[in-house]
Design a binder for this molecule. Structure first.
Ligand SMILES: [Zn+2]
Length: 396
C-alpha cells in the first residue's frame, strides 16, 4: 500500500506546492472540486488539472458521476498514514485518530476525565496512552502517524507556536507540551488555542457549503472564542484575539485570574456558575452540583435554580457576543464546550440578548446569521487539532 508519509515528507517547489496543498486538503476532507477551489485558494483550472494528474498517479480517486452527495467527490486512494488530534482541557483529554484516506467523521476516539489542572508533565503519559489506543483502533501503528495537532486552553503565540506570555496558571511559561509530545510521537506537533481549533473544525466539518465567517465559542471552565474568516484563523499578533473571557462586563465585579475585574469568565465560567448554585442553597442540607456537567444535568431534569443559572449565563454570553457581532459581523456563531450542553437553556436567552444588543443588520436575517450549538461537541477541538496538524504538513 502507498505511504502518505512519502507524499508529505517530500520537499516540493514550483507547481508541486499546489499539488501537495490539494492532497493535504483532501486528507482533511474529501470534497467536490468547487469546494476544493475555495479551500485551497487555487483556481478552478488548477484544481481540475491537478486532480486529473493525481488520479493518473493513483493518489486520488473521483467518485463516479451519479446521484447523491458523493457525486464528483474527490477522495484519497487507499494509503497508509494516520492523522492525530489531541485536546487537553482543564478536566479532560481527548485524542482522535483517523487514517488519512477515511471520511472525516470516521474517527477513533479516546477520552479521559483528567486534565491540565494536574500539570502537563503529569498528564503526558495519559495523553500518549490515549493517542496510542486511538491509533491502534484504526488498525495502523504509531509508526504510521504522519501528523499531529494539539489544542490547549491558553493563548498560543502564532510566531513561535509556544504559549503567549505571561501564561496563566496552571500552565508555566517554559511548558512546551507540543515539543514534549512531538519527541514521544516522532512526528512534528503543532499547537493552538482550543477555541481556534474548534472554529476550524466547525467551519470545515459541519457544512456541505462554505460558511466564510465562523465564530466558535468554547464555554467550560472559562470562555474563549475562535474566529475564522475565509481560510484564515484570526489569531492577532500575539495570539490574544478571541480572549472574550477577559472582556470586562462589570468593571466593579469579581476579581479574575488575569488580574482584571468583572471579566466574562467571572460571570459565566464554571466555578462562578457552581458558586451561584451553592449560594442559593446556603442554610439547607441539599447537596449541590460539583461539576458543570452535573449542573447542566440537573437543569435538564428541571431543577429551578440550575435552570435559572444557565439562563442567566446565556444572557450574559449573549450580551458579550452582541458586541462581537457589531465588531466583526460573523455569519455563524457556534456554542461549544460543556456549557453548550445546556442547549436551549443557554441558546434561547443568548439569542434574545443578541437581538436586543446587536445591530439588526448583523443578526436579524436567518440567511445572514445563525446561532447554534456545536454538533461536533465534545470533539470539535480535537478534530480542529487534527486539521491543523495535517495542514502544517502542506507547508513543509
Ligand atoms: Zn480576566
Amino acid at each position: 500500500m502507498r505511504e502518505a508519509r512519502e507524499l508529505l515528507d517530500r520537499p516540493v517547489q514550483g507547481r508541486e506546492v499546489n499539488l501537495k496543498r490539494l492532497v493535504v486538503e483532501i486528507m482533511v476532507k474529501s470534497d467536490r472540486q468547487s469546494q476544493l477551489v475555495r479551500r485551497t485558494g487555487l483556481s478552478g483550472a488548477q484544481v481540475s488539472q491537478s486532480v486529473q494528474e493525481l488520479v493518473k498517479d493513483g493518489v486520488l480517486e473521483v467518485d463516479a458521476p451519479g446521484s447523491g452527495r458523493a457525486r464528483g467527490r474527490v477522495r484519497l486512494s487507499r494509503m497508509r498514514g494516520v492523522a492525530v488530534g489531541v485536546d487537553v482541557g482543564f478536566n479532560h483529554i481527548s485524542a482522535v485518530a483517523r487514517p488519512v484516506g477515511d471520511p472525516h467523521d470516521r474517527i477513533a476516539v479516546r477520552r479521559e476525565g483528567s486534565g491540565a489542572n494536574i500539570g502537563f508533565r503529569r498528564l503526558l503519559p495519559s495523553v500518549l496512552r490515549l493517542v496510542r489506543e486511538a491509533v491502534e483502533e484504526t488498525n495502523q501503528g504509531m509508526a504510521d502517524v504522519v501528523s499531529a495537532g494539539l489544542a490547549v486552553p491558553r493563548m498560543v503565540d502564532p510566531r513561535t507556536g509556544r504559549f503567549t506570555t505571561p501564561v496563566l496558571p496552571p500552565w508555566e511559561t517554559d511548558d512546551d507540551p507540543a515539543g514534549e509530545l512531538a519527541a514521544e510521537l516522532g512526528t512534528p506537533v503543532v499547537m493552538d488555542n482550543d477555541a481556534n481549533l474548534g472554529a476550524l473544525a466547525e467551519q470545515t466539518y459541519t457544512s456541505e457549503e462554505a460558511v466564510e465567517h465562523v465564530v466558535y465559542v468554547k464555554a467550560s471552565t472559562g470562555v474563549g472564542i475562535g474566529i475564522v474568516v475565509g481560510s484564515n484563523l484570526v489569531r492577532g499578533r500575539r495570539g490574544a484575539a478571541g480572549e472574550i473571557g477577559h472582556l470586562t462586563i462589570d468593571p466593579n465585579g469579581e476579581m479574575c485570574l488575569c488580574g482584571g475585574r468583572g471579566c466574562l469568565d467571572t460571570l459565566v465560567g464554571s466555578e462562578s456558575l457552581l458558586a451561584k448554585v451553592k449560594q442559593s442553597q446556603r442554610g439547607t442540607a441539599r447537596d449541590v452540583p460539583n461539576t458543570l456537567a452535573e449542573l447542566v444535568l440537573r437543569a435538564h431534569n428541571g431543577d429551578a435554580v440550575c435552570v435559572r443559572v444557565l439562563n442567566d449565563a446565556g444572557r450574559v454570553l449573549g450580551f458579550a457576543l452582541a458586541q462581537l457581532c457589531n465588531l466583526i459581523n460573523p455569519h455563524r456563531i457556534v456554542l461549544g464546550g460543556e456549557l453548550a450542553d445546556a442547549r436551549a437553556l443557554l441558546l434561547e436567552p443568548c439569542r434574545q440578548e443578541l437581538d436586543r444588543y446587536a445591530l439588526a443588520g448583523a443578526v436579524a436575517r436567518a440567511e445572514d446569521f445563525d446561532l447554534r450549538t456545536s454538533t461536533l461537541s465534545p470533539l470539535a477541538e480535537a478534530q480542529g487539532a487534527l486539521i491543523l496538524g495535517l495542514r502544517s504538513r502542506s507547508s513543509k
